[in-house]
Design a protein around this ligand. Structure first.
Ligand code: ADP
Ligand code: GN1
Ligand code: MG
Length: 383
């Protein structure tokens, strides 16, 4: 098999032992021979564990600890994930054999449960590791943009008949842009980390955009936009690509699957696939919304989700990118003001850089919103 190109880091002896002990509790055959860390996500602790069996190829698994600081009820997250993976696996197997891609599966522990409790009380689960795949923080070509759109559109289609009552809202008001704004204002007032003085320009920009923050919520309240089961974290590194063909292999990171608006999912795709600059770029000079990447994204998404979406959703696709960029700008800024409590940071000022990049992107999207909407209309008409 092709080796993964997912970057991994070695573990200290102590952490290796801890990961080995977690792995021992799952129904994994073979002997634990290697444990490494994958550090690309901002939330969970993710490890790649390799097991050897006599006379057989080595097998690798993902062992992941749910971040309890972010998910206050990790067992509810696990119930959601179990429900979604079960539904998708069943549907791909029985109903939509042509859905394309592969699916995430949970491995049971030795008693048949799909999680184990770590020594410090953390909740761990085990997933199949997709060999030969790659994740990107910034897309490298337009094929990846099309494939990402198609994969998340297919995901939307697959969960469209999941009974909403089965899925719990594990982070209430996750994309409630007005509440995100209130939380930011509270963080400004508290100024816990003494950083307020450095963010006046960003706060001014957000103030100037205040009037659009509630736009999708208003449409939801008036019944124009339907509440669906959605992924809610469709950033580009939550889809695995085939390392050789750039085909999207699997949508991952199902922790935030909750009731939501499809537009939040599409908006996060716009945010993370059209911008050539890194999410945490230390300068905003390369931040851009590239039409050449937006177009295949729309084509891929509407190809797989077009039959599920209603007209009002399609009409807001271009705007959704701007809104989600504003939302993430506010969330990163809040965390910067709070002293980096939520998103994992690897250096000082990283959340501020993330915030600045998102806000600049929101500005860039606004400048191109007319062109983006015309393109969406053109694709929608030709379907
Ligand atoms: P987080 O919530 O921290 O973002 P993710 O579930 O997205 O956690 O996992 C972090 C990273 O680990 C992903 O971006 C991806 O690179 C890798 N990864 C996670 N699950 C798998 C899997 N099943 N197969 C291959 N790589 C995976
Ligand atoms: C987090 O887990 P990860 O890295 O895929 C965050 C998302 C943000 C994203 C920004 C549970 O996603 O909401 O959009 O960072 N996940 C959670 O990069 O808050
Ligand atoms: Mg992730």
């Amino acid at each position: 098999m092709t080796p993964p190109t997912t970057p991994v880091k070695p573990l200290s002896e102590e952490r290796l032992e801890a990961v080995r002990k977690i792995g021992d509790q799952f129904a994994i055959e073979g002997e634990f021979v290697l444990g490494e860390e994958i550090s690309s996500g901002h939330i969970n602790s993710t490890y790649l564990a390799t097991y050897a069996r006599d006379g057989e190829e080595r097998r690798r698994y993902i062992l992941q600890r749910i971040n309890a600081n972010v998910f206050h009820d990790p067992l509810a997250v696990m119930r959601n994930v179990e429900c979604v993976t079960h539904h998708i696996n069943w549907k791909v197997l029985r109903v939509k054999r042509d859905a394309g891609g592969q699916t995430l599966s949970l491995y049971p522990d030795k008693t048949g449960r799909f999680y184990v409790r770590g020594p410090k009380g953390g909740i761990w689960r085990c997933y199949n590791f997709f060999e030969g795949c790659q994740t990107y923080d910034v897309v490298e070509n337009t094929r990846q943009a099309y494939e990402a759109g198609h994969a998340f559109g297919a995901f939307q289609d697959l969960v469209s008949d999941l009974p909403p009552a089965e899925i719990v809202e594990t982070i209430p008001d996750f994309h409630h842009t007005l509440k995100r704004h209130e939380t930011l204002q509270a963080a400004v007032a508290e100024d816990r980390a003494g950083r307020k003085a450095s963010v006046t320009g960003e706060l001014e920009f957000i103030r100037a955009n205040e009037s659009v923050l509630g736009r999708l919520l208003e449409m939801q309240a008036s019944g124009e936009l339907p509440l669906r089961i959605t992924h809610n974290d469709t950033k580009i590194n939550n889809v695995l690509f085939d390392g050789e063909t750039d085909e999207a292999v699997c949508v991952i990171d199902l922790d935030t699957v909750m009731p939501g608006l499809s537009l939040y999912d599409f908006g996060d795709l716009v945010r993370t696939t059209t911008n050539p600059a890194a999410e945490d770029a230390s300068s905003v000079k390369h931040v851009e919304m590239r039409m050449g990447f937006f177009e295949p994204l729309v084509e891929g998404y509407l190809k797989s989700a077009g039959d599920v979406l209603i007209e009002a959703e399609v009409a807001m696709l271009a705007f959704s990118g701007r809104l989600i960029s504003l939302e993430l700008g506010m969330r990163f800024l809040t965390d910067h003001l709070n002293g980096d409590q939520y998103f994992r940071v690897h250096r000082e000022g990283q959340n501020l850089d993330r915030a600045r990049t998102q806000l600049k992107l929101a500005e860039r999207i606004e400048q191109k919103e007319g062109e983006m909407s015309s393109f969406v209309r053109k694709v929608a008409r030709s379907r």
